[in-house]
Design a protein around this ligand. Structure first.
Ligand code: ZN
Ligand code: ZN
Length: 351
């Protein structure tokens, strides 16, 4: 394939400087696997990059880090996978392997990791290179488009099950009905909590409906009502056991501190560069836990794929598919909050 070309969505700069280009099909070096991309999800961070909000990002770079595909070629020394297998890839194209975190198996926080679509070429293209250590086989009944949702599923699984301790009968609140928030609702439903409230804004529109589809009991629209009071009034008056912030502006942390009950937990997935600008005394006086949650590890991926394989996790309501060449339509729909997740199909509906 050394002279073959393919189409890829190449970031050279914001907006019109991101276009489909004809680029060379990469060939797998020793230890690498070439995947024919079946489906690649558009992440909120892809939208931010395209909007010009990520100032570290340097082009040219093929975008896309949430992807599933078929193994089509193996570099020297790869024996763990065979040509023809359906796989999903984790998001770290490269980790150092020698820092204290890599050595402890916590490679998601390796300080020099290179992510697909950022530090290495991503999967919004016909083909992408990955490596066997981060590949996972897709259960038979899970489609490529659904498998490409494994990554946001892992973000949610990590936040809900690995960084939080939801118990049956708990009251949990999710701030933000974006793709991660919606996945968190699904995970909380699997956890068997007693009540799930989701807080969004009127402009979230359809995404608030989806929150109900994914398992939310109450949908609270923060610009139409006092959502914090509604959460507190919904239970015994002490607040929620678990508050999941999938937004990441200072206002939602402020609300989280009001809603969390004494000895409860706030798990923060959403982030943003703005300073917080208020006192954290409520955290102390409530003896509450403020927990950050980032990325995921190998075991998380296996579990989320298993949940999709058994049907316990159904991501179908979240997915809208587009041909790679219609990427702009998908990006616009996500920017306008019309849909939570565009999934691009670089090779059509095959694979
Ligand atoms: Zn992502
Ligand atoms: Zn490392």
């Amino acid at each position: 394939m050394s002279n073959a070309t393919m189409h890829g969505l190449v970031y050279r700069g914001p907006r019109e400087r991101t276009q489909i280009e004809e680029v060379a099909v990469p060939s797998p070096a020793a230890g690498q696997v070439l995947m024919k991309v079946g489906a690649v999800g558009v992440c909120g961070t892809d939208i931010h990059v395209w909007q010009g909000d990520n100032h570290q990002m340097e082009g040219p770079r093929i975008l896309g880090h949430e992807f599933a595909g078929e193994v089509v070629a193996l570099g020297a020394g790869v024996s763990e996978f065979r040509v023809g297998e359906r796989v999903v890839s984790e998001t770290a194209s490269w980790v150092c392997g020698v820092c204290p975190y890599c050595r402890a198996g916590q490679y998601n926080v390796c300080p020099t990791r290179k992510g697909f679509g950022f530090g290495a070429d991503g999967a919004m293209a016909n083909y992408v290179l990955s490596r066997p250590a981060i590949l996972h086989r897709i259960p038979d009944r899970v489609s490529m488009a659904h498998a490409s949702m494994t990554e946001p599923g892992c973000v949610a699984y990590n936040a809900i099950f690995e960084k939080s301790r939801p118990r049956p009968a708990d009251h949990a609140v999710v701030l933000g009905p974006g793709p991660i928030g919606l996945m968190c609702i699904a995970m909380l439903r699997i956890a068997g909590v007693g009540r799930i409230s989701v807080i969004g804004l009127r402009r979230d529109g359809h995404r608030l409906e989806l929150a109900k589809t994914m398992g939310a009991d109450d949908v609270l629209v923060a610009d139409e009502m006092d959502a914090v009071k509604a959460v507190i009034d919904a239970g015994d008056g002490f607040g929620a056991h678990l508050v999941v912030d999938a937004v990441g502006v200072s206002k939602t942390l402020d609300q989280s501190l009001d809603m969390v009950r004494p000895n409860g937990q706030i798990t923060k997935i959403g982030w943003g560069p703005a300073p917080v600008g208020f006192s954290l005394d409520r955290l102390i006086i409530k003896a509450a836990t403020l927990q950050g949650s980032f990325s995921h590890l190998h075991g998380t991926w296996e579990r989320v794929l298993a949940l999709m394989g058994t049907g316990q996790l159904n991501v179908a309501p979240l997915v809208t598919e587009f041909d790679l060449h219609d990427w702009h339509e998908g990006f616009m729909a996500m920017e306008e909050l019309t849909i939570p997740k565009a999934v691009l199909r670089p090779n059509g509906s095959v694979a």
